[in-house]
Design a protein around this ligand. Structure first.
Ligand code: ATP
Length: 359
């Protein structure tokens, strides 16, 4: 296996900058997810790493080999990169073993070696006993595992997953997440996993690169993205964080500072060295909002919606002083809030979004 290094990569299609100066390092054996909304450049990035697309600027290295620059592009078949797509496209008339070994046969790998490598690849995806089956007689999850084995048999230096679970139903998706995580643990394969599903990225990846409009917004662990978003995009994209205007009133001390939000004073976590400033933003989560009594610090407003979800309700709220800032929080059973009701809420904690927005 090998690490992957994407250095200041830019890709332009005419006037459209699909990727704008993106740098990502994936360590040898790491599982890195690339996450972002539609059109953020995920597929373009994957196609460039695989060699299907050239870079306009910057370079890509796999292990110690430079494979893409604006001047030279190593062809896909020479990169030893495996790809697992969402459409796994197995040959229906071949058995599972024949599907997996097909590329080796075309490459004239001797039969005994071929059989050995197919057997090993089947073992890597826990499918040893299915070699003789036809794809039609497998479940969707098993077919996806055959697709993975077919990619592994070529002994890739790096495996790219392109939204591999997008076509599967919710239950199968959860069990395949477990399978991929287990596969990664057993094999130590370097994985770059493209997805627009943040729950999937969080469940699987060591680190996540969040992208938007062709730019890298933040590259961090799932916990760090959730607790310490580098900018407003990451704050609101990850788990629907609420971004609220704030004035910073004190200097940072022990990773915290005092802010004023919606007229309420509270202490939030922040980066080292934060200084008092106006027009800042904090990120807070549904779990950091609570209803309070009339004499406690907080702010007034109106409940606009209460949606019961079994065990709790999602409550939506408009602060009286800033109705355009829709807040939401969960009220556990017994749910008492109703649309139209006045309420007083308080924010219990949050994260001060850094002024520079840098990842
Ligand atoms: N061959 C192309 N020619 C022109 N523009 C392109 C081409 N390929 C991609 N783009 C543009 O580049 C941007 C990034 O597209 P890309 O397919 O990489 O996004 P994505 O994050 O994979 O989106 P999705 O999740 O919808 O697949 C988009 O604005 C897209 O329209």
């Amino acid at each position: 296996m090998a690490g992957l290094s994407i250095n200041n990569v830019t890709k332009a299609f005419g006037d459209t900058k699909a990727l704008d100066n993106v740098s990502i390092d994936v360590a040898d054996g790491e599982f890195l997810a690339v996450l972002g909304p539609s059109g953020c450049g995920k597929t373009t990035l994957l196609r460039m790493i695989a060699g299907f697309e050239t870079v306009t600027g910057g370079n890509i290295r796999i292990g110690d080999r430079e494979v893409s620059t604006a001047e030279a592009n190593t062809p896909p078949e020479k990169r030893r990169v495996g790809i697992v797509f969402q459409n796994y496209a197995l040959w229906p008339h071949m058995s599972v073993s024949e599907n997996i070994g097909y590329a080796l046969k075309v490459a004239r790998v001797p039969k005994a070696e071929r059989e050995e490598r197919v057997k090993n690849a089947l073992a890597l995806v826990n499918m040893e006993q299915y070699g003789d089956r036809r794809p039609a007689n497998l479940s969707g999850g098993q077919r996806q595992r055959v697709a993975l084995a077919r990619c592994l048999v070529a002994e890739p230096r790096l495996v790219l997953f392109d939204e591999p679970l997008a076509n599967l139903d919710v239950h199968l998706r959860a069990s395949m997440e477990d399978e991929f995580a287990d596969f990664h643990k057993r094999t130590g394969t370097t994985i770059l996993y493209i997805t627009h599903d943040q729950a999937e990225a969080m469940a699987l990846a060591d680190r996540i690169a969040v992208m938007d409009h062709g730019r890298l917004m933040q590259l961090a662990t799932p916990r760090e993205l959730y607790h310490e978003p580098a900018n407003e995009m990451v704050a609101s994209f990850i788990s629907q964080g609420m971004v609220l205007p704030a004035d910073v009133e004190t200097e940072e001390a022990d990773g915290q500072c005092r802010v004023r939000v919606l007229g309420q004073e509270l202490v939030v976590r922040c980066r080292k060295g934060e200084k008092p400033r106006k027009d800042a933003r904090i990120c807070c989560r549904a779990s950091q909002i609570t209803s309070v009594g009339a004499s406690q610090p907080g702010f007034e407003g109106t409940i606009t919606r209460a949606v019961y979800r079994g065990g709790s309700a999602r409550i939506e709220f408009e602060p009286a002083s800033a109705p355009q800032l829709g807040l939401h929080f969960d009220q556990p059973d017994p749910v008492s809030f109703e649309a139209g009701q006045r309420a007083r809420l308080a924010i219990t904690s949050g994260w001060l979004i850094p002024a520079d927005g840098a990842a």
